[in-house]
Write a new protein. Structure first.
Ligand SMILES: [Fe+2]
Length: 163
């Protein structure tokens, strides 16, 4: 079967696949953490945060499939077991019993971590002239930078004290 792997040096391809596999593992943990928050959130912010977490895990599910299929297009099998994901992820598993402020602060930290990895992938893919992976990551980063702006606005404690 022909795939895009023939266009890249094997060392560069393996490096990109390794980084994308870590990103895939992070997305799985991020997805499940968002599910836990969606189910566990309570209190005054419930209606806002319950819906926000659902939007975020829905978009994360779409990225999971896209990243896995990019790895396949590069000629490798994506990690696909929970053991793989727990082994590779850099994120912490979160619980549904956190208070809503912890949830939103931890969510911000997770998105920052994912964004940093995506930027590393852009550097590696640029060096390898892997424009498709670059394009994919740029699109994700634009969305994630916007999420971080919105979350920062939401948790702006200084502003809350003035209102
Ligand atoms: Fe739901």
């Amino acid at each position: 079967m022909e795939n895009t792997s023939q266009f890249f040096a094997s060392e560069e391809r393996e490096h990109i696949v390794s980084l994308l596999s870590t990103l895939l593992a992070d997305y799985h943990i991020h997805y499940q953490n968002l599910k836990a928050y969606h189910w566990g959130v309570r209190g005054a912010g419930f209606f806002t945060l319950h819906g926000l977490f659902e939007r975020y895990y829905t978009s994360t599910a779409s990225r999971i499939d896209d990243v896995a299929e990019r790895i396949l297009s590069l000629g490798a099998m994506p990690p696909h077991t929970y053991e793989d994901y727990m082994d590779k992820t850099r994120l912490m598993v979160r619980g549904a019993n956190e208070c809503s402020w912890e949830m939103i602060k931890n969510l911000k930290t997770e998105i920052e971590s994912i964004l940093a990895l995506s930027r590393t992938i852009i550097c590696a893919a640029t060096q390898a002239h892997d424009d498709v992976t670059v394009d994919m990551m740029v699109g994700y980063n634009a969305e994630d930078e916007k999420k971080l702006w919105m979350i920062s606005a939401y948790i702006d404690a200084e502003h809350q004290h003035k209102c």
